[in-house]
Design a protein around this ligand. Structure first.
Ligand code: SF4
Ligand code: SF4
Length: 272
């Protein structure tokens, strides 16, 4: 294999070693891990894997260009009660007034879906919080979780991923399109150099090795942190005895390889 490519892969996998510094001195006990797994499964069913973790990897590798396409084309932008509380506070208005002025109930097949609300907007027009002069979202720091997760991690999107067996987000997202092209280019180069290299990487990510298992755990936790917020995952981090959550940059190098493996399997139509 080309020396540069070999070094690139080794360097990315090498970052997994550093993640071990986050572990408690005696590692995570299997009992604690099993309990935390249960709590995590209550937040997001394990049935959404590998789409949840795969989409978390794509999310942390992409950079929203704040183009506003999803803010215009998606008509049902969900806002949880927690989202409403946060945005209302940011706008200096009561939660009740915010909900009345900016949201409507979430109705599906004539029935109200839970307590979640939908941001009021007209079809094919921008969300009221989009400001083309910024450009972008004028409530960026507090926007609904579904927007912070750039649709990769929303439950609606995960349902779609599970149905279609594809890793997806808002389809016209230029940031996702650019990312997939970058990952595709890397995979093509790898296959040209060595036909079995991607299979070897797949085996690596399926191994029971401590570093790989830790990476998978942290990636899933990071997805939850992005979608549910830091408070929700802080107690899981504490229970696991982790020194802290990794920042996205610490997961990015290996996430790129992991995403390459998953997207290759998706393309080949092999079981994920
Ligand atoms: S809240 Fe912000 S990010 Fe979300 S759709 Fe509206 S403008 Fe876009
Ligand atoms: S379409 Fe993609 S790049 Fe554009 S605002 Fe939405 S998430 Fe960001």
């Amino acid at each position: 294999m080309d020396e540069c490519l070999r070094k690139d892969i080794a360097g990315r996998l090498g970052t997994l070693h550093r993640l071990k510094d986050l572990l408690p001195p005696d590692g995570i006990s299997p009992l604690v891990k099993a309990r935390v797994d249960e709590e995590m499964n209550d937040l997001i069913s394990k049935g959404y894997e590998p789409f949840f973790s795969g989409n978390a990897a794509l999310y942390i590798l992409s950079a929203c260009q704040r183009c506003g396409r999803c803010c215009k084309d998606i008509n049902a932008i969900a806002a949880s009660i927690e989202d409403c509380r946060r945005v209302a506070k940011h706008l200096g208005m009561s939660q009740k007034r915010f909900m009345m002025e900016y949201t409507r109930p979430h109705i599906l097949d004539g029935c109200q879906v839970g307590t979640a609300r939908i941001i009021k907007k007209e079809n094919a027009k921008h969300c009221p919080f989009f400001d083309r002069n910024l450009p972008g979202c004028r409530i960026h720091s507090v926007k609904p979780r579904v927007c912070s997760a750039a649709y990769y991690l929303s439950k609606m999107n995960l349902l779609l991923c599970r149905q279609t067996h594809r890793f997806s987000t808002f389809p016209e997202c230029p940031s996702d399109i650019e990312l997939r092209s970058r990952i595709g280019g890397f995979s093509d180069r790898l296959k040209e150099e060595n036909a079995s290299a991607l299979d070897d990487l797949k085996m690596t990510f399926q191994s029971a090795d401590t570093e790989i298992q830790l990476f998978q755990l942290l990636l899933r936790l990071k997805g939850m942190e992005i979608y549910f917020g830091k408070e929700k995952t802080a107690s899981l981090t504490r229970k696991l005895g982790l020194k802290r959550m990794p920042v996205e940059g610490e997961l990015k190098p290996a996430a790129f390889l992991y995403a390459a493996v998953l997207l290759e399997q998706e393309t080949a139509g092999t079981p994920l």
